[in-house]
Design a protein around this ligand. Structure first.
Ligand SMILES: C[S@@+](CC[C@H](N)C(=O)[O-])C[C@H]1O[C@@H](n2cnc3c(N)ncnc32)[C@H](O)[C@@H]1O
Length: 236
């Protein structure tokens, strides 16, 4: 992709593309995606939000994950952003139906570059998570930068997305990729390396867990080493 195409993607072309992909799909999204967006519930179960903590999802789609996280953490404050107005319309209706509009704020924004203070009045979050969105974001590396920048020093980043199907049959991997491409989804081969390098530069540890033979990858970036109490005395 040329620099000009890249700018176009970021400046509205990608938002229109996502609205086009989801204009009709959003009505059957939650019912169908539970069969193949695997690992989402496991990621949410591992959030371990501190009491009264803040949680941000990048690329929140229909709000399905925020709803689940809100149920698991009744005193957490939750936030979600998405580039697709169509998806946010569905998310808003779902949250209203469950009486959660007051606890979960959603906004339209690009995950590669957003101002959390302007959107939500928050400068950092205890947990940031990204579920099956990096594989749809052209500037996914910038989205990782933005996610880490939004994290509190003691906070953690949780990512689940398509892996490289590294332990699955070649025919299955090829068929899956061809099918995903129809939805503008590209599994990111460099996902673990890109996240790991950035995390290390910030003094954060990364835990990588391949799921279902590499169908999905779960990646958790922990708190900054210098934010943990007693770390100075331990490191001597
Ligand atoms: C496959 S859906 C995943 C939705 C949700 N996270 C889930 O797990 O069900 C990908 C979502 O990422 C959103 N998205 C794609 N590019 C984005 C970007 N640059 N910034 C914010 N959201 C984006 C899409 O609009 C879509 O809602």
């Amino acid at each position: 992709m040329s620099a000009a195409e890249g700018r176009h993607e970021r400046d509205g072309g990608h938002a229109a593309l996502m609205d086009g992909v989801y204009r009709w799909q959003r009505h059957i999204y939650d019912a169908t995606r539970k069969y193949y967006l695997l690992g989402r519930d496991r990621m949410i179960a591992g959030l371990d939000v501190p009491p009264g903590g803040t949680v941000l999802e990048l690329g929140c789609g229909t709000g399905r994950n925020l709803l689940l996280a809100a149920r698991r953490h009744p005193d957490a404050r939750l936030f979600g952003l998405d580039i697709s107005a169509a998806m946010l319309e569905t998310a808003g209706a779902t949250l209203s139906r469950h009486g959660l509009r007051g606890r979960i704020a959603i906004a339209r924004a690009d995950a590669t570059s957003f101002d959390a203070r302007a959107l939500f009045g928050e400068t950092s979050f205890d947990r940031v998570f990204v579920s099956y969105a990096l594989s749809m974001i052209p500037g996914w590396e910038q989205a990782i930068d933005a996610a880490l920048a939004a994290l509190a020093p003691t906070g953690s980043l949780h990512v689940v997305d398509f892996g490289q199907q590294e332990r699955l049959p070649g025919w299955f991997a090829a068929a899956l990729r061809a099918w995903l491409a129809r939805f503008h989804v590209t599994p990111r081969a460099g996902l673990v390396a890109e996240i790991g390098a950035r995390a290390e530069a910030e003094g954060r540890a990364t835990v990588f867990t391949p799921l279902y033979g590499g169908y999905a990858w779960l990646i958790v970036v922990g708190p900054r080493a210098d934010s943990r109490s007693g770390s100075a005395s331990r490191s001597g």
